[in-house]
Design a protein around this ligand. Sequence first.
Ligand SMILES: *[C@@H]1O[C@H](CO)[C@@H](O)[C@H](O)[C@H]1NC(C)=O
Ligand SMILES: *[C@@H]1O[C@H](CO)[C@@H](O)[C@H](O)[C@H]1NC(C)=O
Ligand SMILES: *[C@@H]1O[C@H](CO)[C@@H](O)[C@H](O)[C@H]1NC(C)=O
Length: 269
Amino acid sequence: MADYTPLMSAPPDEDEVDSNKPPVQQLSQRYVLLFSLLLALVAIAAAAAFHLSVLSAFYETQHLPRPKDIESSLPVVQPSPNLEKGHAIMKKERFKFPRMVFPMFIVRANAAAPDEIYESGSSVVLSPTDSMIYHWRSNSSWPKCYLTGWVSSSEELRAGRKSYTSKGDVTALEIWNLSTPENHNSLQAMSWNTRPARVSLLGTVNFTSRETQNRLGDLDAQEIKAPTPRFDCLGDTEITVEVVCKVCRLEFEQVFSMPPLGFELMQLA
Ligand SMILES: *[C@@H]1O[C@H](CO)[C@@H](O)[C@H](O)[C@H]1NC(C)=O
Ligand SMILES: *[C@@H]1O[C@H](CO)[C@@H](O)[C@H](O)[C@H]1NC(C)=O
Ligand SMILES: *[C@@H]1O[C@H](CO)[C@@H](O)[C@H](O)[C@H]1NC(C)=O
């Protein structure tokens, strides 16, 4: 019988072999194992203690700031500069970006000409007397939605031959939830007087460059904060809203092409 077996390569039938061994030999094998473990632990502890004492002696003699001090004197990194890196990671991880849904109807309602009937089209006119009625329909497995004003950067807009004119404050346009009529096709044409009733104020949207908004740290993740709340939109969903601008004038064409410019329904996976 061999009286030396390397510890790490004990045969699989060790139990049987062991039971045949005299108890003293089993015991001594256990001691060898315990002793080597103990030795390893002592060595690690000694190395760590030595490392620490050398390091602190080094910092003390050199009058160098400790890593902790350096860390606390660094400016806090804002998330915005890392936005692109974050996007790249999200793409790599197959994160699903919000999906934009183009409106089904875009209709003007003019309080100054309350019986005038406007048809759905691409022309958006907002003023203290002009509202825009938007209607979206979606049927999706993505459960949450929100509404937003989407203004691509000026370079993108120029390249896409899109533009808008604005006067006054366009940073807080009101979005009112309207009752959706039984037959949504009645929304294809309407007047101020025949438009659906307002149900509640959903929130306000900021009709300024998305790029600029993304660059401002304090506006990060603004879409998940009130007053532009998310709502359930799983499956067949319709929503009709009125966009109101009490203190501005805003005009543009909202057409189904890149780059986006207008009021959009965003779906979240
Ligand atoms: C919505 O989509 C589901 C699944 O694709 C489909 O079964 C259903 O008929 C759709 N509903 C409408 C109203 O289009
Ligand atoms: C809008 O109002 C309708 C009718 O009251 C309601 O069913 C719907 O849930 C509301 N939508 C939102 C996003 O609050
Ligand atoms: C709207 O966005 C602009 C940047 O495009 C920002 O300066 C402004 O503070 C924002 N306003 C609100 C109410 O969030």
